[in-house]
Design a protein around this ligand. Sequence first.
Ligand SMILES: [Ca+2]
Ligand SMILES: [Ca+2]
Ligand SMILES: [Ca+2]
Ligand SMILES: [Ca+2]
Length: 555
Amino acid sequence: MTRTPSRVIALRLCTTLAAGLLALAASAQTSEVSASDAEACAALQQLPDLTILSARIVPATDSVPAYCHVRGLIGPSTHYHVQLPLPSQWNARFLMWGDGGKDGDLDFADQRLAQGYAVANSNTGHDNVTEPGSLFGYNNRQSEIDFGYRSVHLTTRAGKALAERYYSTEPTYSYFEGCSTGGRQGLMEAQRFPEDFDGIVAGAPVNYYQAMNAAGVWWLQRLFKDDFAGNLAVDTDGDGSFDSVRLLQTLNERVLARCDANDGVRDGVLGNPLACDFEPRRDLADLQCPAGAASDACFTPAQLQSVVDFYSGPLDAAGNVLYPGKALGSELEWINLYVPSARNRNAPTMLVGPAGDHVNYLFYEEDPGMTVPDLSNPTHVPGRNAVLPQFSWLDFDINDLASGKAALMQELMDATDPDLRRFLEDEGGKLLLYHGWSDSLSSAKATVQYFDAMVAASFGGDMQAAGQSTRLFLAPGMGHCGGGPGPNTWDKLDALVDWVENGTAPQQIIATHSSNGVIDNERPLCPWPQQAVYTGPAGGADTPANWVAQNFSCR
Ligand SMILES: [Ca+2]
Ligand SMILES: [Ca+2]
Ligand SMILES: [Ca+2]
Ligand SMILES: [Ca+2]
């Protein structure tokens, strides 16, 4: 269980006191902070029913206006904070700010604060300094419940109560904004606590949380097993380090050669990967090399199998997909996430980030053991008889997912209930989903799968009716919450606020891609299942100057 040592609390109190004095000094110079603003902020410490640790004015900086900063505790171990704009600058809205990864800290949303939102965020029940990664879940059901759904819900309630007290009126509208874990949290709120928000924007949700992490481990196993036989990075000089990722570049080039133009525009991005007919065994047939003769110019049988596995995803014994495979066109995203190579010292992001310790602490009802000391060393033998027994991710069996061994953790952390009638119909809520097609951490295919199931369960399959309150926008070539070769940047909240407050459902969202700070590709993102179609100057679709939103229509 997460316990903040008393010494740290004392330190924090000192820091808080010092900062409070600084704030007082600054407020004398900052005319916008009135004495009553500061008094009202400090008075929040006396709010009944809440455990408030501090409430103080934070002075303005060049980019962030002065605000009232409140820190609170929800037992046993959820720390949260609320950034409250000064009363004259509040836009009458409350915003719950979503988390990323395994969280474990207080995230600031200064940009939204500057726009006038009262913003809240929690540590989701644990501290990622003392319990990094998934470790907080080691024999700790309460922390798993807090991370699963409890901290966000209770922080939302506390944040709203603090806003109501500070402004003497409750927020006119309440929103949730998040991506990745934040996307999962947004869907969890819509499913479990439909009264919390008027609108939710959920990006790249990791809502099939157990399947996604189990599949992440499975893909890593494809590349590490049998002494790296299926690794897609190649040791070209025999010195033991995988120095070349040329095979993945070749694979990406082959996919683009086959399908880039399917959407009418040769821009290095697949408009709809589902419409691309690329078969690795067929389309790489001329690039096969014999086993044991690895080079970065051809694929061995084991490497070709890895490619097939990336696109297919793991299957159960009956051949059902346990988690969708990678989208065509996303190949370059695999390099940092999955592929052990010289550039990451055999420690790809998925291994040292989300997935490497997940099956140790957050997958099984009873945790199988501690992580091995070096996740990237496949020859380490786990110490099964140690005081705290070890369990290696390499020994994880994906069939444990299909056989129900993750059932309890799925109940706590997955957000896959397709029935959103309480939120979308009874409460009149709006749900805006988005997902990048090149996202290789969570899968846009999984979000399409959820969306279609939700439309079926909540609207009898009527996409038109669903579109009155929920829409999914897929971003071609966008990575996990950003990045990637396709248009990947837009304000995630604007369209939702307009929808909730003015009833204007988004017909399209304009997204941009920039290189060196200059926009070089712009597209409308279309509500699923529509696609962006080029409608600009005839014969000009392959000219980058024509890649502007008005030259495309959603059809
Ligand atoms: Ca947080
Ligand atoms: Ca656990
Ligand atoms: Ca080498
Ligand atoms: Ca294209």
